[in-house]
Ligand binder design. Structure first.
Ligand SMILES: C[S@@+](CC[C@H](N)C(=O)[O-])C[C@H]1O[C@@H](n2cnc3c(N)ncnc32)[C@H](O)[C@@H]1O
Length: 290
């Protein structure tokens, strides 16, 4: 990790904010709070990408390049987890933990649905500190919606800290692990899953996404190589890949039953309204602790 706050957390936040520049019926996701977490330079990028002139210069979907395909995936990934949260609350989940939360705003966007269910956010300390500084300026957002636990997953154990912050062991929990596993090594990913299993117990749900080797056209391979270099250059190298066909066995080894595995095609079918481009070498899993 870099010494400062995660840049990738801000980038995906930018892509969520960008989704708002689409006409409402075309949006995959509606996160009105995302823009508040962007630094001035990224707000300028957002304005540039969302400007009607940019759209006119580049036809149709290309109007959203260079964020392009990945932007759609990020929006759809977030929407999938939004839907999973609503379903989990409906099925009796009692608490929610976001691991590597970044600038996630679900605790506020879903305040009415979450009711008095507690929400914890775990994150790399500098990322979390930046989020808290920005949050402290948002008078209209209840500050006590989230309990914050700073942690470096690669070097620290978070179970005791979470319990010290009020987490109830054995209460059915929704764990959200979005856009994080790829930055950790395999041992840390496996250990984290085991800890989640032990913390939440049977019936708890973990929704996560994983990076895999790109398939198909060589353009994807080149794009992924370029992406991997870029992430490395900003101090957030991609470390862990999970082959899609291995996902079920990998999760089972750590106590989770795979309920669903969702890749770009399924996301496009579900949220893309038949025409959005969604390719990214990532897939989501929805899994239940057994
Ligand atoms: C791409 S961002 C995703 C943020 C958020 N989940 C989202 O989807 O908007 C990656 C997140 O993982 C966190 N992260 C990466 N490595 C970490 C580590 N070793 N310990 C704690 N957090 C880490 C970063 O601080 C950042 O918030």
């Amino acid at each position: 990790m870099p010494r400062g706050p995660s840049l990738t957390a801000e980038w995906v936040c930018l892509l969520r904010a960008l989704e708002r520049s689409r006409p409402e019926p075309q949006r995959i996701l509606d996160d009105p709070l995302a823009v508040r977490f962007l630094r001035p330079s990224l707000r300028l990028v957002l304005r540039g990408l969302a400007a009607p002139t940019t759209r006119r210069l580049l036809p149709g979907e290309l109007g959203y390049l260079p964020t392009g395909l990945f932007a759609d995936f990020v929006a759809a990934r977030h929407r999938y987890i939004d839907d999973a949260l609503v379903a989990a609350v409906g099925s009796g989940i009692r608490q929610v933990v976001l691991l590597g939360a970044g600038y996630d705003t679900r605790a506020w966007r879903f305040a009415a649905i979450l009711g008095d269910r507690p929400v914890w956010e775990l994150d790399f300390p500098p990322t979390q500190a930046r989020k808290r500084r920005i949050l402290a300026q948002q008078r209209d957002l209840r500050q006590d919606r989230v309990r914050f636990v700073p942690v470096d997953f690669a070097n620290e154990d978070f179970a005791e800290r979470l319990v010290a912050a009020g987490f109830e062991r054995g209460h059915r929990t929704l764990f959200i692990w979005e856009g994080v596993s790829m930055y950790l090594d395999e041992g840390t990913v496996a250990h984290t899953l085991r800890v989640l299993h032990a913390l939440g117990g049977p019936g708890s749900v973990a929704v996560a996404d994983y990076w895999h080797a790109p398939l198909g056209h060589p353009a994807w391979v080149t794009a992924q190589r370029f992406g991997a270099r870029l992430f490395g250059a900003i101090g957030e190298p991609l470390r862990f890949q999970l082959d899609r066909v291995r996902a079920e066995a990998f999760l089972a080894r750590h106590g989770f039953h795979l309920d669903e595995r969702v890749g770009s095609k399924s996301l496009a079918a579900r949220y893309g309204q038949g025409r959005r481009l969604l390719y990214a070498p990532l897939f989501l899993t929805h899994a239940t602790a057994v």
